[in-house]
Ligand binder design. Structure first.
Ligand code: PXP
Length: 251
């Protein structure tokens, strides 16, 4: 089976930095450590309220990754402000996500079925600028089908509900949600979409998701940054990669 790529999301390095008015810990440093430990790319979410990643972080990350020839995956809301920023930096990949100010993290997928007329022009503009466009969606056949009609090349499946069910010990829900993720991945591939997955993944949940054969990339952040406190970021990325590769080989 093809090798699974790992995008490391460094948002929460910036969350710690922003707890004080200082310049450390530097998300750039985290990005370099993650790449050197085996990440294939760096993911960052520039939120409307700039609660973690800042505009300057995106400028610096974008320049550094371009120089290294490694991909930046910019997560952003479907707003004209974010579109202007993305068109300025032309990152390798853009993942369009829903965003609400009051949420603590990205709580659900995009409603592409309802939002087609709003989302599709963003996809076209970002594609025309050379970015690979991904839509962050739940494992819902209507959303996958709608995503394919926008012209996006990729869907990223929201794994949050599955990961929550595993952590809460709700085996039945976890099993049902994992089946839905597998079916969504198969449907997306049939429609010609590349499949990514992410949100809430940790050492326990990574293997079942990595074993879904259509999944080409995982984006993982919060758990890795948390684990870095205890083991260091490089060791956490190495261990996550090892578990991904092992699950892939066994699948
Ligand atoms: N993928 C997407 C689209 C996201 O919005 C996020 C969170 O920013 C992630 C992956 C990473 O999620 P986590 O930080 O829970 O690993």
């Amino acid at each position: 089976m093809n090798r699974l790529r790992l995008g490391v999301n460094i948002d929460h390095v910036a969350t710690i930095r922003n707890a004080r008015d200082v310049s450390y810990p530097d998300p750039m440093r985290a990005a370099i450590i993650a790449l050197e430990a085996g990440a294939d790319g760096v993911t960052a979410h520039l939120r409307e309220d700039r609660r973690h990643i800042s505009d300057t972080d995106i400028v610096r990350l974008s320049a550094m990754l371009r120089e290294r020839g490694q991909p930046l995956n910019l997560e952003m809301a479907v707003t004209s402000e974010m579109l202007d920023i993305a068109l300025k930096h032309r990152p390798h990949a853009v993942c369009l996500v829903p965003e609400r100010r009051e949420e603590r993290t990205t709580e659900g997928g995009l409603d592409v079925a309802q939002g087609h007329n709003w989302i599709a022009p963003f996809v076209t503009k970002l594609r025309d600028a050379g970015s690979r466009v991904s839509l962050f969606v739940g494992a819902d056949p209507h959303q996958i089908e709608a995503a394919s009609r926008t012209g996006a090349q990729v869907v990223e499946l929201h794994t949050g509900a599955y990961c929550d069910a595993v952590r809460e010990g709700d085996r039945n829900a976890a099993e049902t949600l994992l089946i839905a993720l597998g079916q969504a991945a198969a449907q997306a591939e049939r429609l010609g979409l590349e499949v990514h997955a992410g949100h809430g993944i940790d050492y326990e949940t990574v293997a079942p998701v990595a074993a879904i054969p259509q999944v080409a990339e995982l984006n993982i952040g919060h758990f890795l940054v948390g684990e870095a406190i205890f083991t260091g970021l490089a060791a956490a990325v190495v261990e996550m990669r090892r578990r991904m590769d092992e699950a892939r080989r066994a699948a």
